[in-house]
Design a protein around this ligand. Structure first.
Ligand code: NAX
Length: 326
């Protein structure tokens, strides 16, 4: 029988955790033949709630779930993990500046980066979901310098999935018809969902939809502000769809990408597409099932250039606000 893949999830008793753990344990993330083990990490005050979530995991009797451990100690929590999914973070409260939030969360991610470096399995890969996810990932990566930079990711897949569905519904087709959807830059309101390179049924999305006004003035802001729209409708932020996007992110990195297609993941830029090297930037990513690379020769027109630059500038500003933690 196969050795279980051990996965750490921080913020495991939170909203996203409550969807994500059950998807991992059921086999959605690593497939129906791959056993998994879970290391659930929470802060001390949430350990009671985490106990309840662990009881529910028990009550599913998942065939693929080999082991579950809960901890509020980072060394214990990241012990031997092959994947670290960093979901927990402190939400922005009224009156908090972006810099305050970056620094409060920054301190969490320095400690987590160090604990991952010290305790995780030698093949560990990390996906940061907790916001501001790009910069939190930058901090963790820079506090674990012996782990190669190509094993650090931040999540923009929820934005990609949102963008795909918006284009599909405008074109009156199923979401599976939409491919090559890049989210460029930061997971924030400056992100750029690139409709010029997206395809619908294999044809350029902008040709199929043939309404540049709608694409520029409706599609982009709808995708950028979808998180706020969910909060307004539901009373709390996206959780099940966010968990689904975590599953999709890991699955896309660990299975071969369909020929010609790509997916959006924030990775450590090496300057591809004139982005700033060293920043965790969302780019079009292709995987062969083991290694990933940035999709090549994606055309960037003048409109896209300005949008990508604005989002990368924001990442550079965030970098400057936390550089003492790197
Ligand atoms: P919740 O507030 O429901 O849960 C967060 C959990 O994290 C809590 O249980 C809390 O106790 C725990 N936590 C806080 N600090 C911790 C620490 N230092 N170590 C371990 N656990 C800690 O938030 P939830 O709705 O689950 O969202 C989690 C994060 O995902 C937030 O930062 C949120 O902004 C971010 N999101 C990111 C998305 C993305 O696309 N990248 C989309 C969804 C979501 O908004």
């Amino acid at each position: 029988s196969k050795k279980p893949i051990r996965v750490a999830v921080t913020g495991a008793a939170g909203q996203i955790g409550y969807s994500l753990l059950f998807r991992i344990a059921s086999g959605s993330m690593f497939g129906p033949d791959q056993p998994v083990a879970l290391n659930l990490i929470e802060i001390e005050p949430a350990m009671g709630a985490l106990e309840g979530v662990m009881m529910e995991l028990d009550d599913c009797a998942f065939p693929l779930l080999a082991d579950v451990r809960g901890s509020c100690d980072l060394n214990e929590g990241f012990k031997d993990v092959n994947w670290a999914l960093l979901v927990g973070s402190v939400p922005r409260k009224a009156g908090m500046e972006r810099g305050d939030l970056l620094n409060i969360n920054g301190k969490i991610f320095t400690g987590q980066g160090q604990a991952i470096e010290k305790n995780a399995a030698s093949d560990v890969r990390t996906v940061v979901v907790g916001n501001p996810c790009n910069t939190n990932c930058l901090i963790a990566m820079n506090n674990a310098k012996s782990i190669p930079q190509d094993r650090w990711f931040a999540m923009t897949r929820l934005d990609e999935n949102r963008a795909i569905t918006q284009l599909a519904s405008k074109a009156g087709v199923h979401s599976t018809e939409v491919t090559n959807m890049t989210i460029w830059g930061n997971h924030s309101a400056t992100q750029y969902p690139d409709f010029y390179n997206a395809k619908i049924g294999g044809k350029p999305a902008a040709e199929v939809i043939n309404d540049e006004g709608w694409l520029k003035d409706t599609f982009i802001p709808v995708v950028q502000q979808r998180g706020a729209a969910i909060i307004k409708a539901r009373g709390s932020s996206s959780a099940a769809s966010a968990a689904n996007a975590v599953v999709d992110t890991v699955r896309s990195l660990t299975t071969p990408t369909a020929p010609g297609n790509w997916n959006s993941v924030a990775v450590c830029s090496k300057g591809e597409y004139d982005t700033k090297p060293g920043l965790i930037t969302s780019l079009p990513i292709v995987s062969d099932g083991t290694n990933w690379s940035v999709a090549e020769n994606v055309p960037v027109n003048e409109f896209s250039r300005a949008k990508i630059d604005a989002s990368v500038d924001e990442l550079a500003t965030e970098h400057d606000l936390v550089k003492g933690l790197l």
